[in-house]
Every structure is written in C-alpha cells, then in structure tokens.
Design a protein around this ligand. Structure first.
Ligand code: 5GP
Ligand code: ZN
Length: 137
C-alpha cells in the first residue's frame, strides 16, 4: 500500500533500524523507544490489523515472535518483556499496518506503565457473558 508508512519501510523507501528480517517478516526499532530496544514486528504483506488477518497469515507473524523476543532479551539483558498489539483506534492503533510491539523491561522506572483497572469478580455475570460469547472450536 503506497500510503502506508510501514509498507514504505518494508520497501526500503523510508529508512529503518532493522533488527531481524526474513521472507515474510521485518522487525525494526520503534522510533519512540518507550523502553530500550522497543521493536515492531510486521508482516511484509499489508494487513490493516489482526482483525482482518486469517489464521495462516497471523501464524506466520506470531511464529517469529519468540525467537525475536528471546534475542532482544539476551542481547539487552532484559528482565522481562511486554508484547502488545493494538487493533483499531479504540485500542490505540495509530499505524494501520499490523504490528506487534516488543517492549523489553528492565525495572519500574524503565518508561512503560501498564495498569489494569480491576473489578470485583461477578461470577453470575461472567457465566452469562461466557455463554453469550461461546462458539466452540
Ligand atoms: P500503534 O500505536 O499503532 O500500536 O504503534 C505505532 C508505532 O509506530 C508507534 O509506537 C510509533 O512510534 C511507531 N512509528 C510510527 N512511525 C514510525 C516510523 O516512521 N518509523 C518507526 N521506526 N516507527 C514508527
Ligand atoms: Zn502497509
């Protein structure tokens, strides 16, 4: 897609700091570096996000994540890693070409704060919701 910034990076028309590449996937440093080594892993084929990918395309992308994450962890001596994927504006997606954020973690002051607002569990509501959502395999 010519107006997609990540397609431009994949095509080499816009420079990027590559950390991994193969025939299907490219991984490069996010320009904002929320934590040191913050990396984006993208499929070379354009998809808007996971919500429009099928199992085959997403499997190829996700299959690469462990080895890239493990390399980053080893080389940066990270203590952990958050792996995040935003789909659509409501979920914080700003670039509409599927990408997985790999965020190496070092300590509580490393630049990233993720906080889930938890609620008291309502088991009746959970059971009802699961029943409404269940679709088998
Ligand atoms: P999103 O908010 O869509 O999940 O994440 C998009 C990410 O792409 C942001 O973290 C942003 O910093 C990164 N980004 C946007 N434009 C560029 C670019 O031209 N080069 C690189 N390396 N990262 C970019
Ligand atoms: Zn694209």
């Amino acid at each position: 897609m010519s107006d997609c910034i990540f397609c431009q990076i994949i095509a080499g028309h816009i420079p990027s700091s590559k950390v991994y590449e193969d025939e299907e996937v490219l991984a490069f440093l996010d320009i904002t570096q929320v934590t040191k080594g913050h990396t984006l892993v993208v499929p070379k084929k354009h998809y808007r996000n996971i919500l429009e990918m099928d199992g085959q395309a997403s499997s190829a992308l996700f299959a690469r994540i462990p080895k890239i994450a493990q390399q980053l962890q080893k080389k940066l001596d990270a203590k952990g890693m958050n792996i995040i994927n935003n789909n659509e504006e409501a979920a914080g997606q700003t670039v509409f070409h599927t990408h997985i954020h790999l965020l190496p973690r070092f300590d509580e002051q490393d630049g990233l704060k993720i906080k889930f607002e938890t609620q008291e569990p309502d088991f009746t509501a959970l059971a009802q919701l699961a029943q409404d959502l269940y679709f088998g395999g």
